[in-house]
Write a protein that binds this ligand. Structure first.
Ligand code: ATP
Length: 515
């Protein structure tokens, strides 16, 4: 009982103890076992003094220890702080201090960064997946050993729905990571909206689990939803398209949830493979899914792709192309139950000015049960982000008959000679070219035009991109002020830990060096 995120695992363990929860490296772990292991970890954490409201930071990849630790902490009424796996010691230490972490649970392979971080923040460090001490790893306390010596907890503690469940760090527009505090209620409501209206998840579904679980998208749209339903997840610590396809074939994956860059890899992998898994549908989110890519995936896998839109601060889904309704490619569908979205003037500060009518293009603002509780210890940033109960997303878009279209991020918009250029639109056109796998469009400071439109492009497997031909192709299809003046052909695009293209890094990389 009680409205706790811990129930996602706890209650499926009671209902379907022998059903598979995880497929990982050739092993299958059933719900009963996973919850027993999680309750044992919780016993160890309780004996360390962790209880309601305490903060458990974790630096754990997509391995069974992620859900074990995550639900153990939540079962104690503690707040989980999953740390970005690519963070270096200084960044981890920042998160530990900022979140007031009471303990850091780190996986063996990440100790190089975790050890100095924990030392500098003065936070006790416990390991999981520990490499043997003989291998030179430091002689740290191990959660598994502590669990063996502790009594497991019997049941999860009772929390208030509005209590904090997670603190997820997001860099947002400013650069310094801010801890978005998410409540049990927001996550539980998300899961139920997805299961009732959006996802059509079944208990016998086998869900691809390659999205990083430290990020809100993987955590809730994959793990919490699948566990609530009693479905199983194929856990993948590191995304590799061919390996992902093999595993999905081996386990008969029926649901593929990913960010667009993963869709690119899966389309190429399918072209090399003899068979594809029995997918019922796919879910895309986290960044714009070009229509050409959606169509290529549907052709390769024979499954419809449902695009949704969300943010860390909205726990995460705002809107979705619901399963069972007509899909509108290029849009992010309509809002989940109980969530409102509106278009507001993005220039006005301090109060929300709504823009009405189908032509209105402005900043998307959101209110509802899915909103975060604020940024931890940042009342100013919180007050700036949430105005009159509406969260300002920083995304530009339109809403027509309830259907939301994302035009771009406010901060990614390029202004060339006073004209607004939305990179997403240009990328979608470039990705229709038969040689192009990925295109990322960004603005580079320019003395003549203010900003110049650049594109970094990756060729499809076995193809070559001719920059001039690609510029000509794009120029034929969009207005003259929008097409990229400079095309950089590259082997790969810089991706963040959640698989999104890092535009800031491209801007730096391709900006002229100024003395
Ligand atoms: P960081 O923490 O590195 O700043 P982030 O800003 O990407 O990451 P997230 O909360 O992970 O933070 O992502 C939210 C953003 O992702 C949204 O504001 C939006 O710009 C983008 N996004 C999510 N889904 C879509 C979509 N379907 N189409 C276009 N953009 C999307």
């Amino acid at each position: 009982g009680t409205l706790s995120v811990a129930s996602m695992l706890a209650e499926s363990a009671v209902r379907t103890p022998t059903r598979p929860a995880l497929h990982f490296m050739g092993r299958t772990i059933d719900y009963g076992t996973l919850w027993d292991e999680s309750r044992a970890y919780a016993g160890a954490l309780r004996d360390r003094g962790i209880g309601r409201g305490d903060r458990v930071a974790m630096l754990v990849p997509n391995v069974p220890d992620f859900p074990r630790v995550y639900y153990a902490a939540l079962a104690l009424g503690a707040v989980v702080v999953p740390v970005h796996l690519l963070f270096k010691a200084e960044e981890i230490a920042y998160v530990l201090r900022d979140s007031g972490a009471d303990v850091l649970i780190a996986a063996g392979p990440l100790l190089v960064e975790a050890v100095p971080a924990a030392a500098s923040a003065g936070v006790p460090l416990v390991t999981v997946l520990t490499p043997p001490v003989e291998s030179g790893g430091p002689d740290l306390p191990r959660l598994e050993a502590e669990a063996a010596a502790s009594a497991p907890i019997e049941r999860h503690v009772s929390v208030r729905p509005t209590d904090a469940a997670t603190i997820l760090y997001t860099s947002g527009t400013t650069g310094t990571p801010k801890g978005a505090v998410g409540s049990h209620l927001a996550i539980v409501e998300q899961v139920h909206c997805a299961l009732i209206d959006a996802f059509d998840m079944r208990a016998d579904d086998v869900v691809f689990g390659g999205l990083p679980l430290f990020h809100t998208f993987g955590q809730t749209a994959v793990m919490n939803i699948a566990f609530r339903k009693g479905a199983s997840i194929i856990l993948l610590p590191k995304f590799d398209p061919d390996q992902a396809l093999d595993l999905m074939n081996a386990h008969g994956a029926t649901v593929f949830t990913a960010v667009p860059t993963m869709f690119v890899g899966m389309v190429e992998a399918a072209a090399r493979a003899d068979s594809t898994p029995p997918l019922r549908y796919a879910v895309s989110g986290g960044a714009a899914l070009p229509v050409a890519l959606l169509e290529a995936f549907e052709r390769a896998y024979g499954a419809e792709v449902h695009e949704g839109y969300g943010l860390t601060e909205t726990s995460p889904t705002v809107s979705f192309n619901m399963v069972g309704e007509p899909i509108r490619p290029g849009t992010v569908g309509r809002t989940y139950w109980g969530i409102d979205a509106a278009i507001a003037d993005s220039e006005i500060e301090g109060r929300i000015v709504f823009l009405d009518g189908p032509e209105a293009l402005g900043e998307i603002v959101v209110r509802g049960h899915n909103l975060f509780k604020g940024y931890l210890g940042r009342p100013d940033a919180s007050a700036e982000a949430v105005v009159d109960g509406w969260f300002r997303t920083g995304d530009l878009g339109t809403i027509v008959d309830g259907i939301i279209t994302i035009v771009d991020r406010k901060k990614d918009m390029i202004v060339r000679n006073g004209y607004n250029v939305y990179p997403t639109e240009v990328e979608a056109v470039m990705m229709r070219h038969p040689d192009v796998a990925m295109a990322a469009v960004f603005g580079v400071a320019d003395d003549t035009h203010g900003q110049e439109v650049h594109a970094a492009v990756v060729a499809l497997d076995g193809h070559e991109v001719d920059p001039e031909a690609l510029v000509a192709f794009t120029r034929e299809r969009i207005a003259a002020y929008k097409y990229p003046r400079v095309v950089h052909v590259t082997d790969s695009l810089p991706l963040g830990g959640s698989g999104k293209v890092l535009k800031r890094q491209l801007v730096e990389q391709y900006s002229p060096v100024t003395a």
